[in-house]
Each structure stands twice: as structure tokens, then as C-alpha cells.
Write a protein that binds this ligand. Structure first.
Ligand code: DP6
Length: 378
């Protein structure tokens, strides 16, 4: 069993003045949803996701050691002292300064400073961009926090080259979780479990792990076409949504159900039973929204077109027997999930019947991926 203290490093063996790294990290789509959390970003229930491939954040982290002022108010001389121990960073989005993203990063850095003692010794320049359109309604917090965590771990590895790969990726996921819960599932591919589950060996509330059991070929090349129904600002942030699970009348039953659903998915991943897969995945999506509809205050994040799409998918599935299903995040967009071999027919269906329900006819084709990738190491 790991504890958070396992991620507080011993003294570093190397020192480094300046440099830069660049990592990409993908988005992920949860099959069993994380909705509700305890203190310190501990999930109220385990979740499992497919790591995506095309929807990514690419982040460059440049770092330079700060001038070291080690001054303190001397009791003898009374001289003023300054210690240069503030967190210091600039944030660029697509090459332009982006002040409004800074508070989130500041909070993230404050949370993780105890686990990365070098943070206060450097000035950082974070330059980030997404491969998916900004304000598409696709959350960039998972891919964004994961990409930043990977870069920070590259720097920690430069300071401590003895670090094992296991520790590197585990701690990257641990740090990403402290930025945004679902981000901890974006470090690795292709199926990731986050949260303690009795039947998933090595699973932890502290970080995501690659699903360790058998996965049938039926799932190996799964596609996710994201239909952009509503690209507007979300009515309720997921942080507030999670909070509404405190004192929620159905919370305990829901958390138990997530364990049961993950339990069933373990067997389904092994057997390759797509009909059973569809039942769990669609029920999870609707349960997530049911939780929002039954919280106080209550929200409806689906739009009329979300329901139109769901009904069209059900009708198409019924008529064609093609194993296509939907899932939803905390918003109106619809993720259409299906095996690669059915891609031509599904894309045809999307173009002829679903695209009219999308804002500006927009959709994004994605598929299961392998996780974060190092792009540059300087
Ligand atoms: C509905 O990870 O965005 O996408 O930890 O507060 O940053 P914070 O929440 P976040 O919640 C995502 C919830 C979800 C379901 C899921 O991805 O499991």
C-alpha cells in the first residue's frame, strides 16, 4: 500500500541550472465515472477510462534556477532579509501570455510543492497548447494537468537519475491527480483504473494504474467519436459537481454501484461481451447525469440534441445490431464508442443522421491511445 509520504523525495543527487522538456498528454473518457471526492482529491469511488489518442495537450516546461537570496532578518544586525522561496512561473497558451489560467496552476503548484521541493528553486515558463479546439466543451484539465505533471517528473528525474520508471509514472499520475482527479488517468494507456478496487491488483486512490487484467481484442482498437453538441461554458464546474455528492441522497448507493460496475467490466473486458459492455457504459453515463439532476441545487447538463443523439444511437443499434454506444461527461457532448471494424458504417451514420445535432456540424474522431509521450528533452 502506498501513502502520500512515499512521494516526498529524499535529497537529490544532481543539480541542474536550466533546461526544458516537452510532453504531450491525452484526454481520457471514463467508462465508470468519478463523481464525488473526499479531501486531498481522493475519489469517492473507483473509475476506469479509455485513454484517448488525438485529443491532447502539448506542454513545454522551461526552467531556470532563481538567483538565490538566502537572507534572513538577523537578530544581531536587524538587517532585513529576503528569501526567494515564492513559486514563480509564466504561463503561455499557444505562445501568448494567459493570465486567467494562472490561478489554477498556482493552486496546483502549492498543492504539490511538498512532493517536489525543487519547485521553489526555479522560475518556470509553461507553454501549452491543445490539439482540439479551445472551448469545444472538451475539458482540457485532464490532458493539461497530466502534461504538466510529466514535465515536472522529467525535471525530478534529471535531479535524481536513479529514479525507476515505475516510480516516475506512478508519481506523475499522483501529481496529476492533485491538479485534476481525472488527469491521473491520462498518464498511461490504454485502459486505466483509478481508485481502490478489491479485484484490481495494485489499484490505488492515490494514482491511476494500467488495467492489469486481460483485455479482449474486441476492445483493443475502440473508437470514440466526440459529437460537439454544445461548446458553451459549463453551467456547473466539475469541482462544484463533486461537492454536491456530499449529502446527496443517493451518494452511498451510487458509490457502491461504481464498485459493482467496475467488477462487471473486469469480466466483460475478458470475455469481450459487447452487449454487456454497452449496458454498463450507457448506464454509467445516465447515472452521472441522474446524480446531477438529483443534487441540491440540481442541474441538467444534457441539451435537447444530446437526447436526440442518444435516441438515434439506440434506433440505429436496434436496426443494425452494430455494437455502438454512447457515454457522456459532465456536459452536453456525446462520446460515441464502437469497434474499429465498424468505423465506415458508424461514420456514415454520424454524417447522415447525427451531424445535424452538432454545433456547427462539428465532431472529433478519436480512438484508444497509449498515454503521455515525451517530445523533447533539452
Ligand atoms: C464527469 O477530474 O474534472 O469527467 O478532480 O475536480 O478536477 P476535479 O474533477 P474532474 O472530474 C471529472 C468527472 C467526469 C467523470 C470522469 O472523468 O471520471
Amino acid at each position: 500500500m502506498f501513502s502520500a509520504n512515499d512521494f516526498i523525495p529524499a535529497k537529490y543527487s544532481h543539480s541542474i541550472e536550466k533546461g526544458s522538456f516537452q510532453w504531450s498528454a491525452p484526454s481520457n473518457i471514463a467508462l465508470v465515472k468519478y463523481w464525488g471526492k473526499k479531501d486531498h482529491q481522493i475519489p469517492a469511488n473507483p473509475s476506469v477510462s479509455f485513454t484517448l489518442n488525438n485529443c491532447k495537450t502539448i506542454t513545454k516546461l522551461a526552467f531556470a534556477k532563481k538567483e538565490h537570496f538566502d537572507i534572513s532578518t538577523s537578530l544581531n544586525t536587524g538587517l532585513l532579509s529576503v528569501t526567494n522561496t515564492e513559486l514563480s512561473f509564466d504561463l503561455l497558451f499557444e505562445g501568448q501570455a494567459k493570465e486567467d489560467f494562472k490561478p489554477k496552476i498556482q493552486k496546483f503548484f502549492e498543492r504539490i510543492a511538498v512532493y517536489l521541493p525543487f519547485l521553489k528553486e526555479y522560475h518556470f515558463t509553461i507553454d501549452t497548447q491543445n490539439t482540439f479546439p479551445h472551448s469545444s466543451g472538451i475539458a482540457s484539465s485532464a490532458s493539461g494537468m497530466a502534461a504538466l505533471a510529466m514535465n515536472l517528473m522529467s525535471l525530478e528525474k534529471a535531479l535524481n537519475p536513479e529514479m525507476t520508471d515505475d516510480y516516475f509514472f506512478r508519481k506523475a499520475s499522483f501529481l496529476a491527480r492533485l491538479g485534476s482527479g481525472s488527469a491521473c488517468r491520462s498518464v498511461k494507456g490504454s485502459v486505466v483504473v483509478w481508485g481502490n478496487h478489491a479485484k484490481v491488483l495494485g489499484s490505488s486512490d492515490l494514482f491511476g494504474v494500467e488495467f492489469p487484467n486481460a483485455i479482449h481484442d474486441n476492445f483493443k482498437d475502440f473508437q470514440d467519436t466526440i459529437l460537439l453538441v454544445d461548446k458553451g461554458e459549463k453551467q456547473v464546474s466539475s469541482t462544484i459537481g463533486h461537492e454536491l455528492m456530499h449529502n446527496h441522497p443517493f451518494a452511498e448507493r451510487r458509490f457502491t454501484q461504481a464498485h459493482e460496475n467496475l467488477n462487471q467490466l473486469i469480466s466483460i473486458f475478458k470475455s469481450g461481451d459487447l452487449n454487456e459492455f454497452i449496458k454498463i457504459v450507457e448506464s454509467e453515463a445516465l447515472t452521472l447525469h441522474a446524480m446531477m439532476m438529483t443534487s441540491m441545487p440540481y442541474f441538467i447538463l444534457m441539451k435537447p440534441n444530446t437526447l436526440e443523439i442518444i435516441n438515434s444511437i439506440w434506433k440505429f443499434r436496434n436496426e443494425t445490431k452494430i455494437p455502438v454506444c454512447f457515454t457522456l461527461d459532465a456536459g452536453a457532448n456525446v462520446h460515441v464508442l464502437y469497434p474499429k471494424k465498424d468505423k465506415p458504417k458508424i461514420l456514415q451514420f454520424i454524417k447522415s443522421e447525427l451531424v445535424g445535432y452538432c454545433q456547427n456540424s462539428q465532431y472529433i474522431c478519436d480512438e484508444i491511445g497509449i498515454g503521455s509521450q515525451l517530445i523533447m528533452d533539452n
